[in-house]
Design a protein around this ligand. Structure first.
Ligand code: FE
Ligand code: FE
Length: 186
């Protein structure tokens, strides 16, 4: 615990040496903390997605939200497996970033009229911000797991990362489809 007073920032910027392995448990603790953060994020997202599904105008977008709700359940289960593999209790720690993104999604629903394409455009925007946040998080955590030699954890995080990327692509397609639909209605 002698280095406990150092900031997280200084730990990250410190090179890990030739082995690529983090030498102390401090980094391990940081990794666990970040897993708790994304665990909180997923657990709150899974409750928000059905609301976004209900708010959506197009059946395609509603379907995309329904699909991702099920996938998000899997992301939660995968994180629980990750905690288990690391010998840690699965616990959530408030993720301010996800809380903010979900707040934004709620305001978009409040500020747009039901049954409009503007509502859907707003929902796509909110959802893609969430997916990009998740892609950034899982991408980094996957690399951390790799650096620490946790191959099994790395594989699980990679699976979720791949799914988040697929979801982002599906949302882009929904946005393109909706633009075409809007254009053809004119
Ligand atoms: Fe997710
Ligand atoms: Fe996601």
């Amino acid at each position: 615990m002698k280095t406990a007073t150092k900031t997280v920032k200084s730990k990250i910027s410190k090179p890990s040496g030739k082995t690529g392995k983090m030498e102390n448990s401090e980094f391990h603790d940081f990794f666990i903390d970040e897993l708790k953060d994304i665990y909180w994020a997923e657990k709150h997202l899974v409750k928000a997605l059905p609301k976004m599904q209900k708010a959506a105008t197009s059946t395609e977008l509603a379907g995309a939200f329904e699909k991702h709700t099920q996938e998000t359940q899997e992301h939660i289960q995968r994180l629980e497996k990750v905690f288990e593999l690391l010998g840690e209790k699965a616990s959530a720690k408030k993720c301010d970033a996800m809380a903010g993104l979900l707040e934004e999604a709620t305001s978009i629903i409040e500020d747009t009229k039901s049954g409009t394409m503007v509502r859907d455009a707003g929902l796509i925007l909110a959802a893609q911000k969430v997916e990009h946040y998740e892609i950034g998080t899982y991408g980094t955590l996957r690399t951390f797991a790799e650096n620490m030699g946790h191959t099994d954890v790395q594989a699980l995080l990679q699976q979720t990362l791949d799914n988040e990327k697929e979801t982002d692509i599906a949302l882009t397609k929904a946005a393109e489809g909706f633009i075409n639909e809007e254009a053809s209605a004119e």
